[in-house]
Design a protein around this ligand. Structure first.
Ligand code: FE2
Length: 259
């Protein structure tokens, strides 16, 4: 089976770029399952029911998130209700939403787990033992293929998670830093890994934010105004092939301009 994972979709430019490219990517890559990180889908920060619906309508089966998941207060009820949207599993247990989901694809049950790093981010539990417990739970619930979005700031923690789960899951893909890394590979145990998939957003930006806004914040140290950048939108993704044994046989980067 083949899984397409799309990096952080930022605001309207990201959502429109996704909708524009998906039909062609579907024809070309023929994915059985499409997963996307959507934690910045709403105006560049957070996610709402409407922006999630845009992403689903474009052909995404499941949305992962991260530290910005609760930035839109009106969305808590939706996040709690929507079974096709997940938030980091190592957040406080009573928080809205769920940390994992099982979706059917190519006749198999795929368990998708969302985890947050604990370095420079706030979590309730370390992602390493949380990964062990959550993956056990997904297996108990019947998942045959396991997939992890590790939303983390620090590269060493992301690489370490790849090794921690090597041979136990089909893929560990890093998100959050928005810059695609050049380290996509299948680890020796059969787990596809990349430290960061990148973003689906304007490339003329600082991580999806207007250059002048981000640069101004750095230069002046005054409270920033962050508008979503719109120019030169690219889609960043990876495509992962998974064998009958539930392990990866390949991972390729997909970096495409929308224009
Ligand atoms: Fe993030």
């Amino acid at each position: 089976m083949r899984i397409l994972f799309i990096g952080d979709i930022v605001g309207g430019p990201g959502r429109r770029g996704l909708a524009r490219l998906m039909p062609g990517l579907r024809d070309e890559l023929v994915p059985d399952l499409v997963i996307a990180n959507g934690e910045n889908a709403a105006g560049g920060v957070g996610i709402t029911e409407g922006t999630a619906d845009d992403i689903f309508a474009a052909g995404v089966d499941l949305i992962t998130t991260g530290n910005h998941v609760y930035r839109q207060r009106d969305a808590y009820e939706f996040i709690d209700r929507c079974e096709r949207l997940i938030r980091p599993a190592n957040y406080p247990r009573g928080n809205p939403g769920r940390g994992s989901a099982i979706v059917e694809a190519a006749g198999r049950r795929v368990g998708v787990l969302d985890l947050s790093g604990q370095l420079q981010l706030t979590v309730a539990r370390s992602p390493f033992p949380a990964a062990d417990a959550e993956l056990d739970d997904l297996r108990r619930r019947g998942a045959e293929v396991l997939f992890v979005d590790f939303h983390a700031e620090v590269t060493s923690e992301k690489v370490a998670m790849g090794w921690h789960l090597d041979g136990r899951v089909a893929a560990v893909v890093g998100t959050h830093t928005h810059v695609p890394t050049a380290d996509a590979r299948v680890l020796p145990g059969g787990t596809a890994f990349i430290a960061d998939v990148g973003m689906t957003a304007a490339r003329r930006s600082v991580l999806g934010v207007e250059v002048d806004d981000a640069l101004g914040a750095f230069r002046t140290q005054m409270p920033p105004r962050f508008r979503t950048a719109e120019e030169d939108v690219w889609l960043n993704a990876v495509v992962i092939d998974v064998g009958e044994d539930g392990l990866a046989s390949g991972i390729e980067q997909v970096l495409r301009p929308v224009a």
